[in-house]
Design a protein around this ligand. Structure first.
Ligand SMILES: [Zn+2]
Length: 115
């Protein structure tokens, strides 16, 4: 697992498939407030909370991203049944690495195939 002692850093890996994910980008869309992106391998959507204070809003955004911007669909989904969620703490948005002293959080959402 990740060793958080000292100033060692680690790459940002998708919690579902362990693939390195690209740096979050500003997203097209009226209400997308946080930077985000998609895992190149398993398609999980992610969004970044740079302050660790926005949790719920960031998870909701990642879920709407996973639904292609469809709010109604996103709000009708249930965790565990329709999608899986995971998060990474200690995210440093300057270096796009995980770092002991960083306090950003990345939230990941992956829809189940039947959703
Ligand atoms: Zn993935």
């Amino acid at each position: 697992m990740l060793d958080m002692r000292g100033e060692r850093t680690a790459p940002v890996l998708c919690p579902f498939c362990r693939t390195e994910v690209p740096r979050p980008q500003e997203l097209e869309g009226l209400w997308y407030e946080f930077d985000g992106g998609q895992c190149p391998r398993c398609g999980a959507s992610f969004a970044v909370d740079p302050t660790a204070r926005n949790g719920g809003a960031v998870i909701t955004q990642a879920l709407v991203q996973a639904c292609g911007g469809d709010w109604d669909k996103a709000l009708g989904l249930a965790v565990e049944t329709d999608f899986e969620e995971a998060y990474l703490t200690h995210y440093d948005s300057y270096s796009h690495r995980l770092k002991a002293t960083a306090f950003g959080t990345m939230y990941f959402i992956r829809l189940r195939p039947e959703a």
